[in-house]
Ligand binder design. Structure first.
Ligand SMILES: Cc1cc2nc3c(=O)[nH]c(=O)nc-3n(C[C@H](O)[C@H](O)[C@H](O)COP(=O)(O)OP(=O)(O)OC[C@H]3O[C@@H](n4cnc5c(N)ncnc54)[C@H](O)[C@@H]3O)c2cc1C
Length: 267
C-alpha cells in the first residue's frame, strides 16, 4: 500500500440523508364501490393517510366490521392491532425511501432485513467510484489522531482503486464493448474499496417490516450508523403516519446519541 501516494481530496460524510419519497394513494371511487357492494352505507375513517386507511380497510374486511366501528377512530383501531399483535394487517401500508450518505457497512446490515423489504442499490460495477465519498464513524472523526489514520487509509484505498481501474481497463483493451470493459475493470478494482465507501439505496418496506427494522436497528445495541438511519426513518414515518408509528419513543443514551423504545414489540 505504501508504494501508492494517496491523493488529498477525499470527500467525507458524517450524517446519513433519508428521503421518504413514496407513499400510497387511495382509489376513493373503487373503495366506495366495494363498500356499496357490501351494503355498507356510512363507513368513513378519520385519517387522511393512505397506508393507515388501507390497514383499517383490510382489518375490517376480516370481521366485516365496517358498520360497527368502535370509538377512537383509526388511531384506536391500529392501536388495538398493535396490542393484539395482528401484524399481517400492517403489511398493506407501504413506504418508499431513498437513503444516501451511508456506508457499504450500513447497507450490508440493512439488506439482512428480508421479509417485507425491496432494495435497489448503486452498482459498483457500473458506476465509477474514482470520486466516491466516504462515511466516517463519529468516534473516529472526534479524535484527531484516529481521524488522521482513517483519512490516510481511505486516501490510499481510493488512489489504489483508480490505479487498478486504469490498469485493468488497459489490460482488457481487447474487449471492444466499452461498457463491458469498464464493468470488468470496476468489478475487480472495487475489491480495495473499504466498508466506509459511500453508497445510495432505494428501500421499500411495509409498515410491519419497517416496525421490526426500527425495533432491531433503533435499539441501543445496534451499530451507530444504522441506528441513526433507523431513527431518521422513524421520524419521517411518525410525521407521515402517526397511527402506525406514533408508539415509538426516543431515549437519550448515556454516551450520546439516541435509541428507540416501544411497548409494542414485533407484531
Ligand atoms: C444488534 C445486532 C447485531 C447483529 N449481529 C449480527 C452478526 O453478528 N452476524 C449476523 O450474521 N447477523 C447479525 N445481525 C443480523 C440479525 O441476525 C438479522 O439477520 C437481522 O437483524 C434481520 O432480522 P430478521 O431476520 O428478523 O429480519 P427479516 O429477514 O426481515 O425477517 C423478519 C422476520 O420474519 C421471520 N422470518 C424471516 N425469514 C424467515 C425464515 N427463513 N424462516 C422463518 N422465519 C423467517 C422471522 O420472524 C424474522 O424475525 C445483528 C442484528 C442486530 C440488530
Amino acid at each position: 500500500m505504501s508504494s501508492i501516494e494517496p491523493e488529498s481530496a477525499t470527500t467525507i460524510i458524517r450524517e446519513p440523508r433519508v428521503y421518504l419519497v413514496g407513499r400510497q394513494a387511495i382509489d376513493d371511487a373503487a373503495l366506495a364501490r366495494f363498500l356499496a357492494d357490501e351494503d355498507v352505507s356510512h363507513w368513513t375513517t378519520d385519517t387522511e393517510e393512505a397506508g393507515e386507511t388501507l390497514v383499517e380497510v383490510a382489518g375490517r374486511l376480516c370481521y366485516k366490521s365496517y358498520a360497527r366501528p368502535r370509538p377512537g377512530g383509526n388511531a384506536a383501531y391500529i392501536g388495538h392491532i398493535l396490542e393484539v399483535g395482528h401484524g399481517s394487517v400492517l403489511e398493506h401500508a407501504v413506504f418508499n425511501f431513498i437513503i444516501t450518505g451511508v456506508s457499504r457497512s450500513f447497507t450490508h446490515e440493512l439488506v439482512r432485513h428480508r421479509a417485507g423489504f425491496g432494495y435497489s442499490q448503486l452498482s459498483q460495477r457500473f458506476v465509477d467510484e474514482s470520486r466516491c465519498s466516504f462515511v466516517e464513524p463519529d468516534p473516529i472523526a472526534d479524535d484527531p489522531e484516529l481521524h488522521k489514520i482513517w483519512l490516510d487509509t481511505i486516501a490510499v484505498c481510493q488512489t489504489a482503486y483508480k490505479a487498478l481501474a486504469d490498469g485493468l481497463n488497459a489490460r482488457f483493451k481487447s474487449i471492444e464493448d466499452k461498457t463491458l470493459r469498464r464493468k470488468k475493470a470496476r468489478e475487480a478494482a472495487r475489491s480495495v474499496l473499504p466498508n466506509a465507501t459511500e453508497t445510495q439505496i432505494f428501500v421499500t418496506g411495509n409498515a410491519r417490516a419497517l416496525r421490526h427494522f426500527i425495533e432491531m436497528r433503533g435499539d441501543a445495541a445496534a451499530d451507530a450508523e444504522i441506528r441513526k438511519v433507523a431513527i431518521a426513518m422513524l421520524k419521517a414515518l411518525q410525521e407521515e403516519s402517526p397511527n402506525l408509528f406514533g408508539d415509538y419513543d426516543l431515549v437519550d443514551l448515556p454516551g450520546g446519541g439516541q435509541a428507540t423504545s416501544t411497548a409494542h414489540r414485533k407484531v
